[in-house]
Write a protein that binds this ligand. Sequence first.
Ligand code: BGC
Length: 424
Amino acid sequence: MAIGMQEPTRKSAFPEDFQWGIATSAFQLEGSPNADWSTWDPVLSDIPEITNHYAVFREDLKLLKELGVNSYRFSIEWSRIQPRPDTWDEEAIAHYQEIIDILRSYNIEPMVTLHHFTHPRWFLERYPWHRTASVEKFLRYTEKMVSTLRNVRYWITFNEPYVILIGGYLDGCIPPGLRDVPHALVALKNIFTSHGKAYDIIHRYIPDAQVSIAHNMSVFAPWKKWNPFDRLLKKSANHFYNHSIINAFRTGVFIVKFPFSRVVKIEVSIKDKLDFFGVNYYTRIHLRFNPFKKMGVELRHLDIDGHGLTNIGWEVHPRGLAKVIRYASRLNLPIFITENGIATHDAEMKVTYMKQHVDVVERCLKDGLDVRGYFYWTLIDNYEWLQGIDARFGLYRVDFKTLKRYPTSAATYYAYLIQSRSKI
Ligand code: BGC
């Protein structure tokens, strides 16, 4: 355990039923031969099975038990379930059911994500999100999962819809790799329509289900406070990235407004189609107006508070978590921190990051905010999308040559934190 990280004996603000969890996603651990990403990123041709989790998942799930978590968020790899449009792979379905059964036998509550960035390749080729047929295809998959998998109450339909839209349709860095605003707006409508309809399907099969999305929230700041353009960018980014989704769940209308452009309103039937709200939080982003950059914006991570930058250059900014929890509380729903974590080789830095963010959650609880769970991202080192395999978010280090897992002191610390903060 890290020096100075021992907990003083005191009354914890965490309720007994607080969900202490870990979050993962299937593709990042196990790859998939039929997924769009497998051919998108050449790095994956050398490590198609990534950590080999699909084969050794039973051993990996034991780690959750050792940590003492009572919840586990994981995703289903759609391209394994439906490798071709007309084929359901029953063995793959049984595989994910076994994960659920093992979790239940450990008294760990499963939280299942249906869509975590990847798609079957046929979906991306024939029915990408800017085509109307995408909705029906996603709903077929959803219904198959919800009608088949047993003993799941918590469902996340989409992980980080805005990341899919920005990365896939504005920046072009992730599939389908477009830079096309009109397509992005149609895709937004189709993804959120899918969420709304999936919400109803899930509730039809599981009346007491708890359904949400996991929304990536960040804190934004102007690069130079005195610069009115930087301040304007900060305001727009905060409105778009953090608030427009929250507003749309309250009103059924997305209001998208970028600086120097007209306001776009998109109606989608998602009003109140949430039972809780999943917040993924990692960092603060500084914004600078730069007319030579895409959309006139330059993003920077600055180590202003002295907490350091992570392995992938992100600022550590624990206070920001309180801010986004407050934003999310406008929905008047239970909040789950569905992801929070740090990429670093330095386990002590991981320990500090975790403690600082859990402290923030505790302060929010004391202030009466309704946070029901905290899910650390992530269990073992994995494939970090555009950053490859060296980002190191795991509580367990993976040697990518031997694929062996090694506990870091952050794993020991998380187990300790859960135990000590769960005390009433
Ligand atoms: C995503 C994860 C990713 C993590 C760290 C989140 O935005 O849901 O898939 O690994 O951030 O970048």
